[in-house]
Design a protein around this ligand. Structure first.
Ligand SMILES: Nc1nc2c(ncn2[C@@H]2O[C@H](COP(=O)(O)OP(=O)(O)OP(=O)(O)O)[C@@H](O)[C@H]2O)c(=O)[nH]1
Ligand SMILES: [Mg+2]
Length: 301
């Protein structure tokens, strides 16, 4: 997983920590680093941001270059990346659900993203995590567009023993979501998970439909589901979803098949939102909490 990104960071880290570099050598090292990031599918604007940040940090250091050891340079590099992840913060899902439970209202989570990224599968994975934590869960079939979507969600949900609230195809997804909220309230269900139709970030009508769902039910958490393998396009997706609906965090699916790793960096750098989990397979247990510290440590190994 993410081998190419790790290679890019560890080779830069190695170069700067082996010896003191002249400004020209540093430029050359940063140039190869930028190429390596692009090859790992990090978006162009994010590559420039990262390289610019590192250059500024290292230039600042060279003021006391006589004392700066290669180890210090390596530390600066490591910290500059970790800072971006730390600033994005995190979401303690289980304690947020606990808090909401005290109000007697359901905790609502909306899943959004482009077509085929893994929203429906992730809803089922989430239902399993939430049930395991001791909370009750119900799922709303907010994808009323794609033929078969309601049956697909129903099948996934039945495998994790979660009830589905659905209407007919063509129904207003905001109304389905509201039905879900009413059901959860009436039956004292702790968490409502809302599946939605995949939509291209450039399709204005569908993006406005998504904004409407958000306005109608004002979810406690909006989660952007991004496919690790989309690489470069992840930034455009994340930025436009962020513009239309805002989101609180992202889940990157198919990380198990991603040898590059650029999407993770691109999303955090471009939106400032945390990655909450990684999808690491097609099974219902294949959702791993994302730990920024070990992700960044791993990059520098
Ligand atoms: N390898 C792998 N496959 C995944 C992962 N998450 C989802 N998938 C697969 O991706 C495919 C699409 O998943 P769905 O959950 O249907 O995606 P979706 O976003 O709901 O798709 P639409 O509703 O069509 O927009 C399925 O074959 C899933 O099994 C993951 O973490 N790893
Ligand atoms: Mg789906």
């Amino acid at each position: 997983m993410f081998e190419k990104l790790r290679e890019a960071f560890s080779s830069l880290s190695k170069i700067v920590s082996e010896k003191r570099l002249t400004p020209k050598e540093l430029d050359e090292a940063l140039f190869s680093f930028q190429l390596a990031l692009l090859e790992s599918d990090v978006a162009q604007e994010v590559v420039e941001k990262i390289a610019g940040g590192i250059r500024a940090e290292l230039t600042g250091l060279s003021v006391e270059r006589s004392q700066s050891t290669p180890a210090l340079v390596r530390q600066v590099l490591h910290r500059s990346i970790l800072d971006v992840f730390s600033k994005a913060g995190s979401v303690d899902l289980i304690s947020r659900i606990e808090e909401k439970r005290k109000t007697g209202e359901p905790f609502t989570i909306l899943f959004l993203g482009i077509n085929g990224t893994g929203k429906t599968t992730t809803v089922a994975k989430f239902a399993k995590i939430i049930k395991r934590s001791g909370a009750s869960v119900v799922v709303a079939a907010g994808d009323t567009h794609r033929p078969g979507a309601i049956e697909q969600l129903t099948e996934h949900a039945s495998r994790v023993s979660a009830k589905v609230i659905a209407q007919r195809y063509g129904a207003d997804p905001a109304a389905v979501a509201r039905d879900g909220v009413l059901y959860a309230k009436a039956h004292r269900v702790d968490v409502l998970l809302i599946d939605t139709a995949g939509r291209m970030q450039t399709n204005q009508n569908l993006m406005e439909e998504m904004s409407k769902i958000v306005r109608v039910i004002n979810p406690d958490l909006k989660i952007f589901i991004g496919d690790s393998l989309t690489g470069n396009d992840a930034v455009s997706q994340a930025e436009l979803f962020s513009k239309y609906t805002g989101f609180d965090g992202a889940i990157l699916t198919k990380a198990d098949a991603d040898t590059k790793g650029g999407a993770a960096l691109s999303i955090v750098f471009s939106t400032g939102k945390p990655i909450l989990y990684l999808g690491i397979g097609q099974g219902y247990d294949d959702l791993a909490p994302f730990d920024p510290k070990s992700f960044v440590n791993n990059l520098f190994q």
